[in-house]
Each structure stands twice: as C-alpha cells, then as structure tokens.
Ligand binder design. Structure first.
Ligand SMILES: Nc1ncnc2c1ncn2[C@@H]1O[C@H](COP(=O)(O)OP(=O)(O)OP(=O)(O)O)[C@@H](O)[C@H]1O
Length: 605
C-alpha cells in the first residue's frame, strides 16, 4: 500500500464544540455505453441535468466533491485521515459510505489490493499513530491498545462477522450515550497483519450476492469498529471508537430485477435507509423525537448522526442516466446531512500526542506535493445529451411527472429549478413530496402483499356466513338490488326477512347498500382525525409519520377539520390523496362502531 500523505486539515475548534457532519460526494467513472447526467464543477461542486429543462442544471455544493478521476488516496487523505487524531483524544469518529447500489461504496471503503480503500488505510494509520503516541517525547506515559469488531445489519438483525453465530445481538446505550453492541467479539490488533488475518476471514461472512446492477452487491450494512483504548497511571482508562460503515445501497428493483429473497432483502434495506433519512430530517429540523429506534441501522448510527462522533458522510453517485433518480435522491440526502450537527466530547481532555503532530506535518508536506502533481480532483467532462423525457425509463418518467404535478398543485410548477433554485419553503415541500411518493410506493407494495395473503387465507378456510361489510369496489354489485341512484354506500350482507319462516329453515341472505353506515364511518374518521393521538392517526391507513405530524400541526393552528374534504387544505394533500385515504379507512371506522364478534350480525338481521 502506498504511503499516505497526511494533510493539515485538523479543525481549530474548542474541545467539545458542536461540529457539523462533514459531507463529501464521490462520482464513480461512467460506463462506456452510457452518457453521464452529472458532472463536477470544481473541488466542492457538481451539477446534475434538469429533467424538465434541457438547458438547466441543478447545482450542489459539499465539503468536498471527488470527480471520477479522484484516487482512493485523495478520498482518504482529505476526508478520513483528518478525523483520526480525535481517537487519541478519546473522541469517537465515524465514516459512512452512502449511495445507491453499484455507485462505489464498497470500492471506497474496502477497495482492492491494488487500490486499497478507507478501511485498510485507516487501520494502518491508527496503528502507526498509537505506536508513536505510546512512546512520544512529550513526557506523558500513556499506553494505547487497538481492537477491532466487525458486524453486519442483515434483515434487521445485528450479526457478528468475526465469530458468526447467527444470533441477533442487542444494541444498548451506555451512560455516556454511546451505543454498544452486547456480546460483539473484539480482537486485539498489534499489527496490520493481525488486522488482515481477522478481517479477511470475517469478510467472507458478510452477505453479498449478485443483482442486476452489481455482481457483488452488499445485502447488508457492514460496520468495522476500531476501538482505541488508552491507559495512564492514576487516570481512569478510557476508549474511543472509529466506525467505518459500508451501507447497503438503496435499490430500484425495476432495475435490479430482484425477486424472492433478494427482493425481501432489498425491501428491508430500503426501509432502513428511509428511516436514516427521517433521522437526518429530525436532527436538522431540531425535532424533539429522533426516530433512531425505528431501525437497527439508525440505532447503531446514533453516535454518528446527532451524537458524540466526528462524522464524515461519503455519498456516492453513479453518473449513468439510468441512475438519475437515485443520484437526485442521494444528492438531496447529502445536502440534508450537511445540516446535522454533532457534539463530540471526551471525559476529560488529554494533551495532544506529539507523534500525531509530527505525522500531520509530515503528511501535510507530502500532500502538497501530491496535489500539485495530480492536479484538480475533478475531471472536465462534457455532459451527455440532456434527458428528454421520452428517453427516460418509463417508471422514472411516471415518478417525475407525478412530482411535477404535485409541485404544480402547490403553485410552484412554473419555476426552473425545483430543488435548488426555489425558495426554501417550496424546496422543503418538494422534498416532502419526493419522500411521500417513496413512502406511498412502499405502502402500496405492503398493501398488495397483505391483500394477497388475505385472499390466500380466505380461499383455504371457508367460513360460515357472518355479517360482511365490504367497500363497494370489492364487491360486484347486483344490478337488480342496487338502484342506480344509490351509488354511494356500503354493501352489507343481510338476512332476508322471512315472516313465515320456521326455526329450522336455512336463512337466506341478500346484499344491500347502507348509506347510513357510510356516513357514520365518515363521522368516525373525522372524529379520529380531529381528536386522535399521533398513535391513533398512525393506525389509520395512508397516514404515515409525516402526515400524522402535519395533521396534528394543522389542528393546533386551525382547529378541527369540519369535513373530511378539509384535509385538502393541508400542504401535500391532493383531492386524490384525500379520496384514497377516506376509502381506505371507512370500513375500519365502521367496524370500530360495531359491537365485536358475531353480535354484529344482529345489527343487520
Ligand atoms: N471510483 C471508482 N473507480 C473505479 N471503479 C469503481 C469506482 N467506484 C466503483 N467502481 C466499480 O464499480 C463496481 C460497483 O462498485 P461497488 O461494489 O463498490 O458498489 P456499491 O455501491 O458498494 O454497491 P452495493 O450497494 O450493491 O454493494 C465495482 O466493480 C467497483 O470496482
């Protein structure tokens, strides 16, 4: 492995001062058969073509932008190496590789023997720093030790990769609010050779598989944890950890072609990344509740985002047009992450080890030389033909048009740059729309699965006739019994009145409409929307955490909704959405009004 220059990037901050998460973006080289839709502008900015207007681009700026010619060393030296010295001061640090599948996360984190990535470089540097610091000339008699753990979060289970047992390990918060994994194996490292030995074996245990977009796609989020423990006479021992996280990539399964287990893995991955986005939003908007506990991944990353670590997010983008939507989502996630602020602290300050200073200076000189030799990190490349809608993948066009429609309904459709060129409020609304579209797609998928299960169950277990209340669209309407004027109402199965019937006669049944029930169902729904707690709102269909929050805020500001249609007055609620919400919940609300069990029958018989 090449020797690593160490740039003088150490932040001049007060100890324990808040530190924003550092966000970098890395662009993977474009495959030969495709035109890029994104390009770098300088060492901090890039632009992405605007799907609505071929003459415009969206511009983004980050702490660093690495173009497709940037080397592994560039990425490591300017983004990761500068945070390592905090470990010797007892503070935590984290590096998160984020991005869609196939965009180069594993390449950055792990690399190859020819192009080693962040992980081997960081291990080598830490071992070196620790060795130098232990016998430094500063007079402090301080000894350090380094250990490693390696885990993956697969299908919402935290699994030990060093000693795999298949057991789901428990995540716990320590009194200093750090997250620890109980029962996770730790291996002491005294040399780089030790690391290679353990890591290579453990890497074989990580779940990877071939998908339509990556022949070695990570099916789990993997975290290498390096713990630096220090002990000095008469001072309590303390330790700090470096988390190096290779996140699994979000996947568009229309592109991956996943099915079966791969599809299930993918859905769990996408859900955990959705929660990650929500955590970032909650932190940057200063919300009182941050949903760390909604997924194992976010619980594990609690230190790294909004916690006590010095964190770096390296967002990865793939330049090909078929990844356009993923690129847009990734860049928006990266933009939001820039607003997250961490509060690193160490129990008591340690003087800075002299060795670390020496290393910094040494590497700063080397870096200057290397930068001047290698030139800028961004390659000048022409953008490919911009994206006329008819050349985009149909599902993408659909999503894009839907977004445009939502935007138009909010009165922002005439503006050129929906995300960056618009005022903050509109931008927020658009991001919300994007998110809700994604959430809605997920919900639709879940609903389909539930419906399929329910059909299967119904087919296999014939049930005695009971009172059945079904939403109108699910029941074929017998023409004779449903007069055309009564096109609103709930269909109920009702025992036919039989005045002369005997006790043993088989009862006959008929389907009739009941408008009164529908009205009562709507009233119940309105009551829940006006008086329900967040939990009750979330129990309604088509209401996710964001909508529940909006409803609560609306009630507080404007008072109760007078009719269900008033929901349309909320931002992001369209007439269609409201209609779907009402349709999805009416039946449940009616059922809430009925006495439980077979006694419900008496209402109709
Ligand atoms: N900067 C780069 N330079 C050269 N090759 C790259 C670069 N980034 C990625 N690649 C190549 O692209 C392919 C996909 O990269 P990689 O496996 O790292 O993606 P990933 O984001 O980790 O995907 P997944 O989420 O599916 O695991 C690999 O063959 C990798 O070597």
């Amino acid at each position: 492995m090449q020797s690593q220059p160490r740039p003088s990037m150490k932040e001049h901050r007060q100890p324990d001062a808040p530190v924003p998460v550092r966000v970098c973006v890395r662009l993977r080289p474009c495959s030969k058969d495709s035109e890029p839709c994104v390009r770098g502008l300088d060492s901090r900015s890039l632009e992405l073509v605007n799907w609505r207007n071929a003459k415009e681009t969206f511009k983004y700026q980050f702490d660093t932008f690495y173009g497709d010619t940037a080397t592994q060393q560039d990425v490591y030296c300017s983004s990761v190496q500068p945070i390592l010295h905090h470990l010797l001061q007892g503070q935590n640090a984290s590096v998160l590789a984020y991005g869609p599948t196939g965009a180069g996360k594993t390449h950055t984190m792990l690399g190859s023997p020819q192009q080693p990535g962040v992980i081997p470089r960081a291990v080598r540097d830490i071992l070196h720093m620790v060795r130098e610091a232990g016998c430094g000339p500063d007079g402090h008699n301080c000894s350090y030790s380094v250990s490693m753990s390696y885990l993956e979060v697969y299908q919402e289970k935290v699994l030990d990769l060093l000693e795999p047992s298949g057991r789901d390990l428990v995540l716990r918060e320590t009194p200093d609010r750090s997250i620890m994994v109980t029962g996770l194996t730790e291996q002491e490292l005294s040399s780089f050779h030790d690391f290679e030995k353990h890591f290579l074996l453990a890497s074989r245990n990580r779940t990877v598989a071939s998908t339509g977009l990556n022949s070695r796609s990570s099916r789990s989020h993997a975290a290498l944890v390096l713990r630096v423990a220090q002990s000095r006479p008469l001072v309590p021992a303390r330790s700090a950890k470096l988390q190096l996280v290779d996140l699994a990539g979000c996947e568009d399964n229309r592109l991956t072609g996943n099915c079966g287990l791969r599809l299930r893995e993918s859905s769990v991955i996408n859900t955990s990344l959705l929660v990650l986005g929500k955590v970032v939003d909650a932190l940057r908007l200063g919300r009182p509740r941050v949903p760390y506990r909604d997924s194992k991944l976010t619980r594990l990353l609690q230190d790294s985002l909004g916690g006590s670590a010095h964190s770096v997010v390296i967002a990865h983008v793939a330049p090909e047009q078929r990844f356009y939507f993923d690129t847009l989502t990734t860049l928006n996630f990266a933009t939001r992450s820039k607003q997250v602020v961490n509060k690193p602290f160490a129990p008591g300050a340690l003087p800075e080890p002299a060795a670390e200073k020496t290393l910094q200076k040494e590497n700063s000189d080397k870096q200057k030389q290397s930068t001047s030799k290698e030139g800028p990190l961004v390659a000048e490349k022409p953008l490919g033909a911009l994206l006329p809608l008819d050349q985009l993948e149909p599902s993408l066009v659909q999503r894009v048009l839907r977004l445009e429609e939502l935007e138009r309904q909010q009165g922002a459709g005439h503006r050129g740059l929906p995300l960056l060129g618009t005022p903050k409020a509109e931008r927020k609304a658009l991001l919300r729309c994007l998110e809700e579209t994604q959430a809605e797609l997920e919900m639709r998928q879940q609903q389909k699965e539930l419906e399929a299960k329910e059909l299967l169950r119904a087919a296999s277990t014939p049930e005695p006739p009971q009172a059945i209340v079904l939403p109108m669209r699910q029941v074929p309407i017998p023409q004779k019994r449903a007069p055309p004027t009564e096109d609103e109402g709930i269909l109920v199965l009702k025992r036919r009145s039989d005045p002369g019937g005997t006790e043993n006669a088989v009862p006959s049944w008929e389907l009739t409409r009941c408008q009164e029930l529908m009205v009562r169902g709507h009233q119940k729904l309105l009551e829940l929307l006006n008086q329900g707690s967040t939990r009750e709102l979330l129990s309604l269909k088509r209401i996710g955490p964001r909508t529940a929050e909006l409803i609560m805020a609306w009630r507080e500001q404007h008072g109760p909704f007078v009719t269900l249609q008033d929901l349309q007055r909320m931002e992001t609620m369209t007439a269609k959405k409201v209609a779907t919400l009402i349709k999805a919940n009416t039946l449940d609300c009616i059922q809430m009004l009925l006495p439980p069990g077979p006694s419900a029958l008496s209402l109709f018989s």
